[in-house]
Every structure is written in structure tokens, then in C-alpha cells.
Design a protein around this ligand. Structure first.
Ligand code: COS
Length: 385
């Protein structure tokens, strides 16, 4: 059977393959050597930030008109996936830069975009502030308030579990502007780290992604100018959910990357490790586990790219596919990394090998950007409405 060279409808464009090659090489050279130490010391992966900033992989989603590269959503997923393959903490740099600017890109006005986006393209970090201690899955029950004044807005309250909090320059913050209107009384704002009354509180002590600080944000009569609102008053909750429609696939990409990293390490290990006089990769019990791991990763990757491509094309009703891709890929990452530890045996349970870190890092992908239970709520609502 001869191949049809024109049949490229279900293949990634060559640019994406070239992008993967470039970001993989950079990740293996500049990020992977520090990953174990970053985790061990719970320190920020500065080397990764420097390398990503120097190569322009820090925020490739920023549109060209605002100083970025205007890369498509699948390209952004590939960058996140390849960084996560060696270090999940570092992959939160490009992932959260997208999360922290997507509301602005989708719903902000040109002047605010001009103020914020070029800085992010240049290497400043952005974060996303939706959750509060008492408003996690039920995000609309948030208490942080923003009151209009003659000068602009004054924010009071606090946000919790903010990824890269304290490292970011800009924060997309959702706050209640009209408590009578529920979800439709929430607005979105861009807050700068130097705004008076803004401060970063305690850092969480976590199971994984230890290189990425997770912080509280405090707003005590925090004054911001009037032009920092994203879109119209009262549209902030919708902007926040629309953002997640675009960024849940990026968490799927992170999960795929973590899983692929664990599989690659496991394949090398099981070929090398000998028991009963032969390499353990020659036992069918091991072969079948490897096959299942790879099969699940492949399915997750396809769902993530398809979801990112649909977001890129501007399709409506992204709720089902974006939640499905994040949910499926993160469940795959948890399963694959757990199996990786199993296949490494006693060695896998030690910090001498990276798979236990990958297993700890995978767990968060089932929780953040909406728990996998919330993803199933979003999916079933889309299917049954
Ligand atoms: N895009 C735009 N608007 C949306 C939307 C979307 N994807 N999904 C819902 N909306 C709109 C609804 O249409 C509704 O507007 P109207 O009242 O004008 O019809 C409004 O937003 C509120 O929606 P809904 O009533 O469905 O909100 P709920 O309070 O029931 O919450 C869930 C919905 C649970 C899906 C939402 O709170 C959620 O995703 N929670 C998890 C939050 C999360 O992911 N947190 C992690 C932090 S981010 S790292």
C-alpha cells in the first residue's frame, strides 16, 4: 500500500514537530538537571525560568500585536508537555502565564492588554486568583470584594492556593462587585504586585510541585486604577470560566508530559534491570503494564490536542471537551506514574529515581483547575442540559 502524502488531515503540522524538538532539547539540557534538587529543597526553578525566558518559551501564547509569538493553543500545550516531561514544577511557568493572562486576552480591552501582555512576553510572570479558602469548587461563593471609588477600585479579601503567587508581577483577580447578583455580580481585575494594599501571605507545604510556590494573596484596601477591570462589570465569573475552558487542556498537557516522562524512565529501567537471569522487560506482566501505560498516554495526548485545537478554532461549547481532556489526562498521569513506581520496585520508592517525584506531582493535576469531580459536573451538565 503506497502512502498518500496529501493525507495530512490528522497530523500535527511540521512546525509543531520542530517546536517539540526544540523545547525537548532545552528541557533536557537546562531544566531536567535541576528538577530533583528543586523538589528536594522546595525551591523555585530559577534555571528553568531563565532558560524559558531566554528562548521565548515562557509565554508563547501572547499575541504578536502585544509583543508575543502568537503561538496556537496546541503549540502552547506542546511546550507545557515537554517541560512537564522533565519537571512538572517548571511547566507551571508557561502554564500559569497562560492561565493568568487568558481572561485579559479573551475579554480585556486593548489598553489593558498593551499594559500587561508585553511584560509577560518579556519574562514577567502572571497568576490567576479565583479560589478562596471557603470558595474552592463553589467558586461563585467568593467573598473578596471590589468597590468602585472616584479613583478606581478598592479590593478587600483574600485568595488561596495561588500558583506562582509571590513570583508573579500580574494577577488576574475575581472579586464581588455586586453581592446581590451572585455569579453575575463578580468582576475580573488585573492587580499588580506593587499595588498598595496587596500582599502575598503564607506558602503552602505540599505533596508535590514543590518548585512552584502556592500562596495566599491578601487585599487590604488595595487600590487599583479604574482601567484595570477586565471587560464589563459583572462579567468576571464568566470570564473566569471561559478562561478555564481554554486552560484545562494545558493541565491535560502537563499531565501527559508527567506521564510520558515516567514512561520513558520506566522503559529504560525495565530494560536494564535484571532478575531471574534476564531483563525484567522480558516478563509478560511487565510488558503488558508498559503497553497499557503507553496506550493511555496516547489517548490522553490526542484528547488534549483535540481540545486545544477546538479552543483555538474558537468553537463554542468547549465545556465538555476541555473538562474531559483535563480529567482523562490527569487520571492517566496518576495511573501511569503509580505504575512507574511499581515497575521500579523498591528503587521507585526512593528519591534516588525521579518516578516518586512524578507520582507526587501527578496528583495535583487531578485537583487543580477544578477537581476531577467538578470536571464531571461540567461534562454531565453539557451532555444533559
Ligand atoms: N463560560 C462562560 N460562562 C459560563 C461557563 C463557561 N464555561 N459556564 C457557566 N457559565 C455562566 C452560566 O451560564 C451562568 O451565567 P447566567 O447566570 O447568566 O446563565 C454563570 O456562568 C454561572 O454559571 P453556573 O450557574 O453554572 O455556576 P455554578 O456556580 O453552578 O458553578 C462550576 C459552575 C461548578 C462549573 C464552577 O464553579 C467551576 O468550574 N468550579 C470549579 C472552579 C475551579 O476550577 N477552581 C479551580 C481554581 S482555578 S486553578
Amino acid at each position: 500500500m503506497s502512502g498518500n502524502p496529501d493525507f495530512d488531515v490528522f497530523a500535527l503540522p511540521e512546525e509543531h514537530d520542530a517546536l517539540r524538538e526544540a523545547i525537548r532539547a532545552l528541557s533536557e539540557k537546562e531544566i531536567e538537571p535541576y528538577a530533583a534538587e528543586v523538589d528536594e529543597k522546595s525551591r523555585f526553578p530559577q534555571e528553568a525560568l531563565d532558560a524559558l525566558n531566554a528562548s521565548g518559551f515562557n509565554a508563547i501564547h501572547v499575541p504578536e500585536e502585544f509583543g508575543g509569538q502568537g503561538a496556537d493553543s496546541v503549540a502552547a500545550c506542546i511546550v507545557i508537555e515537554e517541560v512537564a516531561r522533565v519537571d512538572a514544577s517548571a511547566s507551571l511557568i508557561p502554564a500559569v502565564n497562560k492561565l493568568g493572562t487568558m481572561g485579559l486576552i479573551l475579554a480585556g480591552d486593548a489598553d489593558l492588554k498593551k499594559k500587561v501582555l508585553p511584560e509577560i512576553a518579556d519574562g514577567a510572570l502572571a497568576s490567576y486568583g479565583l479560589s478562596e479558602r471557603e470558595a474552592g469548587s463553589d467558586a461563585a461563593s467568593m467573598r473578596t470584594r471590589a468597590k468602585k471609588t472616584s479613583e478606581g477600585w478598592v479590593l478587600n479579601g483574600g485568595k488561596a492556593w495561588i500558583t506562582n503567587g509571590g513570583k508573579s508581577t500580574w494577577y488576574t483577580v475575581m472579586a464581588v462587585t455586586d453581592p446581590e447578583k451572585g455569579a453575575n455580580g463578580i468582576s475580573a481585575f488585573m492587580v499588580h504586585k506593587d499595588d498598595p494594599g496587596f500582599s502575598v501571605g503564607n506558602l503552602e507545604r505540599k505533596l508535590g510541585i514543590k518548585g512552584s510556590p502556592t500562596a495566599e494573596l491578601h487585599f487590604e484596601n488595595c487600590e487599583i486604577p479604574g482601567d484595570r477591570i477586565i471587560g464589563e462589570e459583572g462579567t468576571g465569573f464568566k470570564t473566569a470560566l471561559q478562561t478555564l475552558d481554554h486552560t484545562r487542556p494545558t493541565i491535560g498537557a502537563q499531565a501527559v508530559g508527567i506521564a510520558q516522562g515516567a514512561l520513558d524512565k520506566t522503559i529504560a529501567y525495565v530494560k536494564d534491570r535484571k532478575q531471574f537471569g534476564k531483563s525484567i522487560s522480558q516478563f509478560q506482566g511487565v510488558e503488558f503494564m508498559i503497553a497499557d501505560m503507553a496506550m493511555q498516554i496516547e489517548a490522553a495526548r490526542l484528547m488534549v490536542y483535540s481540545s486545544a485545537a477546538r479552543a483555538e478554532r474558537g468553537e463554542g461549547n468547549l465545556g465538555f471537551i476541555s473538562s474531559a481532556s483535563k480529567c482523562f489526562a490527569s487520571d492517566v498521569a496518576m495511573k501511569v506514574t503509580t505504575d512507574a513506581v511499581q515497575l521500579f520496585g523498591g528503587a521507585g520508592y526512593t528519591r534516588d529515581f525521579p518516578v516518586e517525584r512524578m507520582m507526587r506531582d501527578a496528583k495535583i493535576t487531578q485537583i487543580y483547575e477544578g477537581t476531577n469531580q467538578i470536571q464531571r459536573v461540567v461534562m454531565s451538565r453539557a451532555l444533559l442540559r
